[in-house]
Design a binder for this molecule. Sequence first.
Ligand code: KG4
Length: 339
Amino acid sequence: MEKELIILGIESSCDETAIAVTKGGKLLSNAISSQIAVHQKYGGVMPEIASRLHLENIGCVLDQALKEANITLDEVDAIAFTRGPGLIGALHVGVQAAKTLALIYNKPLIPVHHLTGHIYANEFIKPLKFPLLAVVVSGGNTELVYMKSHLNFEIIGETKDDAIGESYDKVARVLGLPYPGGVAIDKLAKNGKHTYKLPTPMHDKSLNFSYSGLKTAVINLKHNLEQKGEEIIVEDMAKSFQDVAIGMVLERVKMASEKYDVKEVVLAGGVSANSYLREEIVKLFEGSNIEVNIPPIWCTTDNAAMICKVGEYLYREGIFAPLTVSVDPSWRIEDFKKF
Ligand code: KG4
């Protein structure tokens, strides 16, 4: 029987300072200190403030994670940490903490790609089924990732400009809605009608995405209406924008599932909390042989449990980093073994 590994995971790529402990893949603790309330005042994540708050909070988060798991650092088999992608200063705090613990307690270091974490978070619910299509939709990334087997990542489509979550957040800001914009737009869209005509970018056969034109179209429409002395109906704009933004994801996912051999479609990342996306993706594959795996909301937000989950797979593959390892804010998922 394989030894039940104890993995300590550290995540600090954006605005959540998170540390978790797993034993044999099961969650023993999942401590998270969210900075959202602070960044809300600025209408978005302020990178410098994020780094400082990670520094202030990481000690307490570590203490909480160890206490809840009822283990000591001596008992841990390896330290897994998010190496990228993310905000450079924020990533550095987690990486430095991981390296310090690894040095003091003489533990192996496992660098984890943040988006692999979002995909593998689904394994806390049920095992992944290959070949699969991961729909990675977050604040910083929009990618279709094809996986033939464990730790086998191929990007088959990606955004050519803004990420979907970024466009949600920018449009929300223009409409005077609070950060994180996705949550606010999702809620308002439920009471809105699709009355505004917005462009659907990239009418091509590729599996790529584009969100910057859509965002600009919302901004221009709002200004034009204001110049005419008219007010925008926020609920209707939220619905119109969401239909196009999520519509692009659904269209690309459908195309990818026709082009590739897919047994399962897995949602991953912050935007996978979107209620419209969750409903529509189920409808898209109803009656087909393709299973849809929708993560519970706790898996869609940043956490370190998902870093432990990938960390365990990497440990078994012997993928460890030296103490000279550093962050990579734009690390590609296909390069998850290169550091
Ligand atoms: O995964 P995440 O923390 O971002 C990165 O790690 O890059 O996701 C945050 C993003 C934000 O852009 C936020 O507006 C969006 O996820 N989001 C949503 C919803 N909840 C969060 N977008 C659409 N609908 C939602 N319900």
